[in-house]
Write a protein that binds this ligand. Structure first.
Ligand code: ADP
Length: 263
């Protein structure tokens, strides 16, 4: 009957239009709120290392610790570490804004992911041995596994995950990297026996700027963007990333890739 009633029809149209507009307004409000939080996060993340650096330099300029060259050296090192943190933060921000705006197109190629894993392990060997952490590849050493993906970006994923396993690992600990062929996918896992992540924090670790136990993570250093970048890259490949962890026991991050026929 309503279909024949022009007034009822018009009213329905108006109601639908209002609903549509209300939903658009909600989306705009959410975006505005998101931008506000994002900016306040960024400025907070920048202020901390910037003010710390200023503090160390001012104390050195005041000449208060001139008599003790060890303290002066230590202050310089701390200032330098904080500047490094700023520089990583800028690089990561740049990366994430490019990934989010979709400016970066993936360059998909066939490559041996085992070789890439070994290169990443080598790149981080110095850092790992600094904490006496052993990194092991669990698969067959000379058995190449070819995948179709953006090599540079997957390198970044591996570096971020292995780097985290060292940062949040324990002294004399182990990081292992495993590959499992699944049905039409390859699963790569990076496992550590470090701090672990509380269950309630697990769903949030991929969020930008999210860092568990602030003081501890801050001391360890990082931008809080590494895992957000990992998630973006893997999702851009239409693949999955996941995490499981037990506090005090260790953490495993896993991601999938598309296999390519061996060449
Ligand atoms: P960050 O720069 O802080 O390392 P990430 O995005 O890489 O940023 O990680 C977000 C947070 O997740 C970290 O601050 C840390 O609290 C937690 N985290 C990441 N990897 C691990 C891990 N392997 N073990 C324990 N906690 C981790």
């Amino acid at each position: 009957q309503i279909a024949d009633d022009p007034i009822a029809n018009a009213e329905k149209e108006v109601r639908d239009w209002a609903k549509q507009k209300a939903s658009e307004i909600n989306t705009l409000k959410e975006q505005a709120q998101f931008r506000k939080e994002f900016l306040s996060n960024i400025s907070h993340e920048f202020k901390t290392p910037l003010f710390a650096t200023q503090g160390y330099i001012e104390t050195l300029q005041d000449g208060l610790i001139d008599e003790d060259p060890d303290i002066a050296k230590n202050f310089l090192e701390k200032a330098s570490r904080n500047l490094d943190r700023l520089s990583y933060l800028i690089q990561d921000l740049d990366e994430i804004s490019k990934l989010e705006s979709g400016i970066i197109a993936l360059t998909i190629e066939k490559f041996d992911v085992v070789k890439l894993i070994k290169e990443c392990m080598e790149d981080l060997e110095g850092k790992a041995s600094g904490s006496n952490i052993q990194i092991k590849y669990k698969g067959k050493a000379n058995h190449p596994i070819f995948v179709k993906a953006d090599r540079k970006r997957i390198q970044q994923v591996l570096i971020n995950l292995i780097d985290n396993s060292i940062k949040y690992g324990r002294r004399n600990g182990h990081t292992s990297i495993s590959i499992y062929p699944l049905f039409e996918q390859i699963l790569i896992e990076v496992t550590d026996d470090g701090l672990g992540i509380e269950e309630k924090n697990l769903p949030r670790v991929f969020e930008r700027f999210y860092r568990t136990d602030k003081s501890r993570s801050r001391e360890i250093g990082g931008s809080g963007l590494g895992l957000a970048i990992v998630k973006h890259i893997i999702e851009a490949h239409e693949q999955n990333v996941n995490v499981r962890s037990t506090e005090g026991i260790g953490t495993t991050f896993g991601f999938t890739l598309v296999p390519a026929k061996n060449v």
